[in-house]
Design a protein around this ligand. Structure first.
Ligand SMILES: Nc1ncnc2c1ncn2[C@@H]1O[C@H](COP(=O)(O)OP(=O)(O)OP(=O)(O)O)[C@@H](O)[C@H]1O
Length: 638
């Protein structure tokens, strides 16, 4: 039988008690861990592990402990779960005997919660969804899948339509089947999601990170998971989602933060930036680096006591050739060459009856003649020097690759370093040594990455996989991608599966109608968004005094619940902390319950598309100059 509300409350109380007990136990272990473990190193590792476990558990002890329950039918199609019932929540909770009271949403059985339907019940008799308010259970809703009952869930609808306040939240309770496919794709599989605005790309990416860590905990704790977002404001906006899912150890950064080895001290002209972000720069930089190699000049002679070890110029040339053939990173190749040279010396010594040991080998490797030889033939270099030299005189490395005008554009006399220069330095550093590689990288707004930025990510995921999220229609960087196939090639994952999402969970129908009209003018081949919501309002007001009209629109918006975003290039002082003023460029990836868009006339059409699609409930357009044609009200609308 189904459980009554009273029974549900009892189960909730018992689950809370169980969680409290788990938390106590974890804290106790943190306190005593040091004494239990044998040596100090183990004690420290154990302590850190337990602390992070206690922290994970404590993240949200009073929050909703679960959002659903699956009751399986007493039937063969339910397999091992026949006749069983499971609560599904954000984290695993077990009773004193170790019996599960709540199952983690990432566990294999939980998948059924997201996938089962009336048409394909997958053994589920009843799927129950719980309603919560302020941490208290308010009710539930049953779908009798076994009987073929297919209801439009009120709880799901309310969750999607709720007014937005504050930072982004998790969507574990309402992940949709096609989103679930992406969240649970294999770790070894790289995926690329082309998703219209508000289709849940960011949400999917973050839940995928949490899923992968749960499923491959050991491997990914070692190799690391990295989330890349377009700017610090975006990262702040999404920062609470993973901790709410119990994951506190995932790095969330901008790409600039990942590659920054030095502070930025200069800026580039548009022309210079365009060249520096161009994939041909990779070839130029490689040439600039390898131009440092030299030729052996004469034999190598190492005198030692009464002996003199000697390698002829020809033999040296042969060694260099062999090392070159191995295509190792520059810095590793230099050490390989040193080892080869010493190896030859060692054989000579052995042939003459010596028995050289490790100390001898080390001494030879550091001997003056060997160092001089290496410094001449395969000198050690600093990436920043390679880039500085190149920019002072691009011609040697760039002739035949960049045009004279392009070379002129990147020519720099001073010592200032731009953001793009850091990218070039990172590229060279990547030629010298393998950078730290991650087990999995999730990259959001990936359409805006330049080819050179893609390469920076590619070299950090040579042994790992990628989740690439973006929307070609929202590409606004000068080098924005126009094709995913090409972008994925730059990212080093040309075979990644491309999945398209079109079901929009953010933007309501009325606003999408406008945005989708604009889409046709954006010069990209992507399908329009299908609104999951039929509500929403659009208001367009022309005013001579833009400032006054904006203030008025914000005043009215404050009469509603939820956040308000004023998208404008003009300075605007927010009258309330629910209001954020920002230029369209920085609105990417964010959402506001109410958007006031000021003077869209000057905006690039793609930025306009981004701005329009930030609205969750209401959109106000305030303008003085005529509206861009694509969003002028049609006679039918007015
Ligand atoms: N299955 C879902 N259930 C409830 N809400 C959802 C679901 N999927 C997405 N959302 C909500 O829809 C909104 C948009 O999601 P998200 O920001 O991930 O979209 P996006 O595709 O990254 O958008 P953009 O292209 O504009 O950056 C968020 O508020 C998110 O919580």
């Amino acid at each position: 039988m189904g459980m009554t509300m009273e029974a549900e409350r009892e189960h909730l109380a018992a689950s809370r008690a169980a969680l409290a007990r788990m938390l106590d136990l974890a804290r106790h272990r943190v306190a005593t861990g040091a004494q239990v473990a044998g040596d100090r190193y183990t004690a420290e590792t154990l302590g850190r592990m337990l602390k992070s476990y206690a922290k994970e558990l404590a993240e949200e002890p009073d929050g909703p402990l679960y959002f659903g329950r699956l009751r399986f039918a007493d039937a063969p199609s339910a397999g091992d779960h026949s006749g069983q019932a499971y609560y599904i929540g954000r984290r695993h909770i077990a009773d004193e005997a170790g019996e599960p009271m709540v199952i983690d949403w990432r566990a294999p059985v939980s998948r059924t919660f997201y996938r089962a339907s009336a048409r394909d019940p997958q053994g589920v008799q009843v799927r129950r969804r719980y309603g919560w308010r302020d941490g208290e259970l308010t009710g539930f809703e049953d779908e009798h899948l076994w009987r073929g009952q297919d209801i439009a869930s009120r709880i799901v609808t309310e969750e999607i339509e709720r007014p937005r306040v504050g930072p982004m939240r998790d969507i574990v309770a309402t992940i949709q089947p096609d989103q679930d496919d992406l969240v649970r794709a294999d770790l070894d599989e790289s995926v690329c999601v082309q998703g219209a605005p508000g289709t849940g790309k960011t949400a999917v990416g973050l839940h995928r990170a949490a899923y992968l860590l749960y499923t491959h905990r050991r491997r990914l704790k070692r190799d690391g998971v990295l989330v890349i977002g377009p700017n610090p404001a975006f990262l702040r906006y999404i920062s609470a989602v993973l901790p709410a899912l119990g994951e506190v150890d995932i790095a969330q950064r901008t790409l600039d933060q990942v590659i920054a080895r030095r502070p930025v001290t200069g800026t580039d002209s548009e022309a210079a930036a365009a060249v520096k972000h161009d994939p041909r720069m990779a070839a130029v930089l490689s040439r600039a680096l390898y131009a440092r190699l030299g030729e052996p000049a004469g034999p190598l002679v190492v005198p030692e006591d009464s002996a003199r070890w000697r390698i002829s110029e020809r033999a040296l040339g042969r060694l260099v050739g062999e090392v070159w053939e191995e295509s190792l990173p520059y810095g590793i190749a230099r050490e390989r060459l040193r080892a080869r040279v010493v190896g030859l010396l060692q054989r000579q010594a052995e042939a003459r009856g010596y028995a050289p040991g490790a100390a001898w080998i080390q001494r030879m490797g550091r001997s003056r003649p060997v160092r001089d030889f290496l410094d001449r033939v395969w000198p050690s270099v600093r990436p920043e020097d390679v880039v500085a030299t190149l920019l002072r005189d691009p011609s040697t490395a760039a002739d035949g690759i960049l045009t004279p005008t392009e070379q002129e554009a990147i020519l720099r006399r001073g010592g200032r370093r731009s953001a793009a220069d850091l990218l070039l330095i990172d590229e060279v550093a990547g030629l010298i040594n393998h950078p730290e590689s991650y087990g999995h990288i999730i990259v959001d707004e990936a359409q805006d990455l330049s080819p050179m930025q893609c390469r920076a990510l590619a070299r950090r995921s040579t042994h790992g996989s990628l989740t690439v999220l973006g929307d070609l229609a929202q590409g606004t960087a000068p080098w924005a991608a126009t094709s995913w196939a090409e972008q994925l090639t730059h990212l080093g994952k040309p075979k990644a599966q491309l999945v398209t999402l079109t079901a929009g969970f953010r933007v309501p129908g009325a606003v999408l109608a406008l945005a989708n009209r604009l889409l046709a003018t954006l010069d990209v081949d992507v399908p329009p968004t299908q609104a999951m919501r039929t509500d929403g309002t659009v208001r367009v007001r022309q005013a001579d005094d833009l400032r006054a009209a904006t203030r008025q629109a914000v005043r009215e918006a404050l009469g509603h619940e939820g956040s308000i975003g004023v998208i404008t290039d003009e300075p605007f002082t927010p009258p309330d902390d629910r209001v954020t003023a920002l230029p369209a460029r920085l609105a990417k990836g964010l959402e506001f319950d109410h958007v006031v868009l000021v003077e869209p006339a000057g905006l690039h059409p793609r930025l306009l598309y981004v701005a329009l699609t930030r609205a969750v409930s209401r959109l106000d357009i305030v303008h003085r100059r005529p509206l861009p044609p694509a969003i002028q009200p049609t006679p039918l609308q007015n």
